[in-house]
Design a protein around this ligand. Structure first.
Ligand code: BES
Ligand code: MN
Ligand code: ZN
Length: 492
């Protein structure tokens, strides 16, 4: 998808050769606006007659309107232009157009638009128009190729925001693609191939470790999860070097369980198919690297992905088994379905070698987080206030929200056991927090945060599918680091 932006009045945009035009209209449009084009007149009339309520997400759909070249013109109300409201308006506008084969879409932003609002609109339209095609024999491909934005005021910040939106959308779509793929089309080996394809070019490196190398590293916890799987495990190490090698990298660790049956502690059959998205953390790391390749910011980033299936088998790890992690800590595996933390803990130990400025792990870790926060906000777990603040801010700017959860040491009580240094599960209470407390034991050597995306990476129900979250949050975080002069002086 290609985005562009130009400074134009609506009276001019309606004469452009477009397949369709969306006009975003805030609830309180600029009163000083003197636009006298047929669309503005139509909206004013419809509002006066009570036929078009200026309420977030309401849509006025016209076809073959006199004076407009695009046959479809959709006016959609964006409320106060908050990121969430823009998303609702964009989704509604796109739904009104869906049956039309739109290749070149025009978008006119009525009134005053911030660069960030424009980015939200672009991201939301890319999101709404995404179509999964990979495993269909006769897919209907997405027709939309180009979106041309117009507004009466366009500055350099608008242009930067749109270029970012284009790169972010490419990353988000890549993450959706891999999370949507069925597990037999997204094995650990295939994820590693995808990583190698993304990490092409001068600034990138990609290394893929297999069972032998992982054994040599002593990743006994990761290997325990992979024991039941016939598909060989992969440990993927991606590097993006956009800044001087003296600058400490940010390390992203993505949970890459390509299918989670629960292992011997097996999950019930209902909706087990959805456990193909248990590698959404890994997919978000791939998505971030895709976006990094397009934007080339001045920052160093490492991506780590422990990838395996979690399967029941004669050789599978059993409840009560004790394994030794790469850190040397022994773990009693009381529940083989709490496998995410078992693959992540060894990756967190591996991360130490990069002397990172920060490590963020991203994981569909617990059903408890889905219960606590639903699909609106990802769970954010860290005892580092500065990192928490930065990630929350990035989420707000990206419209990809998270919510900080508590990390009191008392929550770790339930992880105590007589038979190992730590157990992999505690009781039923505060399950997303006890999971984070488990991980924290392995992340003592650097500033660390954990994002539980079990609720946000996937939409259930009729429109079921991957969301590509939290690629936008992570990219906003990384870009804010890259532009902080104290940490990364900008050349040019
Ligand atoms: N992948 C699941 C978590 C999950 C649940 C993700 C629902 C998305 C939707 C994870 O591996 C898991 O099974 N967690 C267990 C932990 C429990 C055994 C302590 C859970 O949440 O039930
Ligand atoms: Mn599980
Ligand atoms: Zn899992």
């Amino acid at each position: 998808m290609n985005f562009e932006i130009q400074k134009r009045a609506l009276s001019r945009v309606i004469r452009d050769d477009l397949d369709a035009l969306i006009v975003f209209w805030p609830s309180q449009p600029d009163a000083t606006s003197t636009e006298k084009d047929p669309i503005s007149t139509l909206v004013q009339q419809a509002v006066q007659k009570g036929d078009f309520e200026l309420k977030t997400g309401s849509v006025l759909s016209t076809y073959g309107q006199a004076g407009t070249k695009a046959r479809h013109v959709i006016v959609a109300c964006t409320g106060e232009n908050k990121a969430t409201q823009i998303r609702i308006a964009a989704t509604a506008a796109w739904a009104a157009l869906k049956s039309a084969k739109v290749k070149h879409l025009g978008v006119y932003a009525h009134g005053q638009w911030s660069a960030n609002s424009l980015q939200s609109a672009a991201a939301a339209l890319a999101d709404a128009s995404y179509i999964y095609t990979t495993t269909l024999s006769k897919p209907s491909y997405r027709s939309l190729k180009q979106i041309t934005f117009s507004a009466s005021e366009v500055n350099a910040a608008h242009k930067t925001a749109l270029a970012q939106a284009q790169a972010l959308s490419a990353g988000v779509e890549l993450a959706k693609e891999w999370a949507n793929r069925p597990a037999n089309h997204a094995t650990p080996t295939m994820l590693a191939q995808a990583a190698q394809a993304i990490a092409k070019g001068a600034a990138f490196k990609c290394e893929v470790l297999g069972p032998k190398e992982v054994a040599k590293l002593g990743m006994g916890s990761f290997m325990a999860v992979a024991r039941g799987a016939a598909e060989p495990l992969r440990f993927i190490v991606m590097r993006y070097n956009g800044a001087s090698s003296t600058q400490a990298p940010v390390v992203l660790v993505g949970k890459g369980i390509t299918f989670d049956t629960g292992g011997i502690s097996m999950k019930p059959a209902a909706e087990m198919d959805e456990m193909k998205y248990d590698m959404s953390g890994a997919a978000s790391v791939l998505g971030v690297f895709k976006a990094l390749g397009e934007l080339k910011p001045e920052i160093n980033v490492v991506g780590l992905i422990p990838a395996t299936e979690n399967m029941p088998d004669g050789l599978a790890v059993k409840p009560g088994d004790v394994v030794t992690s790469m850190s040397g800590q022994t773990i009693e595996i009381l529940n083989t379905d709490a496998e995410g933390r078992l693959v992540l803990c060894d990756a967190l130990t591996y991360a130490e070698r990069f002397k990172p400025q920060a490590v963020i792990d991203i994981a569909t870790l617990t059903g408890a987080c889905v219960i606590a926060l639903g699909g609106v906000r990802s769970g954010l777990f860290t005892s580092d206030d500065e990192l928490a603040q930065q990630l929350q801010q990035a989420g707000d700017n990206a419209g990809d929200l998270c919510w900080r959860m508590p990390m009191d040491d008392e929550y770790a009580e339930g992880l105590k056991t007589r038979f190992a240094d730590v157990a992999n599960v505690a009781g039923r209470q505060a399950g997303s927090v006890t999971a984070a407390k488990f991980l924290q034991r392995f992340a003592k050597k650097y500033p660390w945060a954990h994002l539980d995306i079990a609720g946000t990476a996937w939409r259930s129900g009729a429109a079921k599918g991957a969301t590509g979250r939290p690629v936008a949050l992570l990219m906003h975080y990384l870009l804010s680091k890259a532009s902080t002069p104290a940490r990364a002086p900008r050349r040019r």
